[in-house]
Ligand binder design. Structure first.
Ligand code: PMP
Ligand code: GLN
Length: 380
């Protein structure tokens, strides 16, 4: 038997490649985005408590009701949108599942989907598996902004979906109110859906405010808004996320979700519901990570790496053009194997491998790890 691949050009994800290489070479791993510190013990205690209380069978398909209620309360508080927990919220197995389900719910063969590059690696395979065609637009350096005239020009009769991501992985840029207004104008009279990847909604710096599409009723009417508990509670390995979308969109998303995973981990959903009662945990996250960003930047002040602006996420882009002429993949490999600090080469987030001589460093790390990495980086 031979199998004709549906994704023949897709290899192993860069996150796996770099984390494996980092482990093989005992390098400090600032590549794949995950914290090297633990989640609050209280959250782990809650998971155990729910397991012991017998909450070990299938959760409801759309997610544990209490958790959906807490999310609805948060969305109303933070974004002023009174979403209905029963008809507008779905708990998924990570934001990755929510993205796949949302894209699958709307993209049909022949549809075009606008994707901004550099783009998180989960979007394009989902588009292609559904027979869609990605329309790639490059964010403009040095601040990686979106050229909205270019977006307008890229829209055609087959445009079905636009995928946005703010705060943005890997660049750390965030969408401003003007960006949201421009997006709104473009989709206003058109049948175009939006997938808004907001997994870093609680990690935003420098006094900026997260401009969720949930804030705007007209945009929300067309949107699947995706978030992730993994980023917010330092639990990337637990893989629980969610999607907020208006009832007709949620219905379609759940048609996919119920056959993709049916339901997500029960005791963990209950535990998140408990811990969400304390809003200070997510409201304090920006301050927590801004300190880490600032510490990382000050440790690297005297290095030859030049930081690019980072206003959100836990990633810092660094220009290394003063250090090496190697392309970013080769340089990331050399850094890992020779210098023993691993980072992500952002060219892999472009369909054409656009290389800007920058690397992405994850600063969701203990101070000691950041110091260890910086000590090496300052010598390169
Ligand atoms: N979107 C972006 C932009 C991300 O960085 C991540 C984290 N890898 C995800 C989605 C996926 O989140 P999850 O781990 O909850 O599936
Ligand atoms: N979101 C994380 C990152 O950007 C990792 C995602 C993954 O490993 N699939 O590094």
């Amino acid at each position: 038997m031979t199998i004709t691949s549906k994704l023949p050009d897709v290899g192993t994800s860069i996150f796996t490649v770099m984390s494996t290489l980092a482990a093989e070479h005992s390098a400090v791993n600032l590549s794949q985005g995950f914290p090297d510190f633990d989640t609050p013990p209280a959250l782990i205690d809650r998971v155990f408590a729910h397991m012991r209380a017998g909450r070990n069978q299938y959760a409801p398909m759309q997610g544990v009701a209490m958790l959906r209620e807490r999310i609805a309360a948060k969305v109303a508080d933070l974004y002023g949108n009174p979403v209905d927990p029963d008809t507008e919220i779905t708990i998924t197995s990570g934001a990755t599942e929510a993205l796949f389900a949302a894209i699958t719910a709307v993209v049909r063969p022949g549809d075009e989907v606008v994707v901004f590059e550099p783009a998180f690696d989960a979007y394009v395979p989902a588009i292609r598996l559904n027979g869609g065609t990605p329309v790639y637009l490059s964010m403009k350096k040095p601040d990686y902004h979106i050229d909205w005239d270019e977006v307008s020009d890229a829209i055609g009769p087959n445009t079905r979906l636009i995928i946005i991501n703010s705060p943005h992985n890997p660049t750390g840029t965030v969408l401003s109110p003007a960006n949201i207004a421009a997006l709104k104008q473009i989709v206003a009279d058109r049948d175009i859906f939006i997938v808004s990847d907001e997994v870093y909604e609680h990690i935003i710096f420098d006094g900026l405010v997260h401009e969720s599409v949930l804030r705007d009723p007209l945009l929300y009417a067309k949107s699947f808004v995706v978030s992730s508990f993994g980023k917010t509670y330092h639990t990337t390995g637990w893989k629980i996320g969610y999607c907020v979308a208006p009832p007709p969109l949620t219905r379609e998303l759940q048609r996919v979700h119920q056959f993709l995973t049916f339901a997500s981990n029960t005791p963990i959903q209950w535990a998140y519901a408990d811990i969400m009662e304390d809003a200070s945990l997510y409201l304090g996250l920006s301050v927590f990570y801004q300190k880490k960003r600032d510490r990382f930047l000050s440790l690297l002040e005297n290095s030859r790496f030049k930081p690019l602006p980072c206003h959100g996420t836990y990633f810092q882009m660094m220009d290394y053009s003063a250090i090496s002429d190697l392309d970013d993949v080769a340089f990331a490999r050399q850094m890992t194997t020779v210098h023993k600090v691993a980072a992500i080469p952002p060219s892999v987030f472009y369909h054409d491998g656009q290389d800007n001589r920058v690397l992405r460093f994850c600063f969701a790390k203990r101070d000691h790890t950041l110091e260890q990495a910086a000590e090496i980086l300052c010598r390169i």
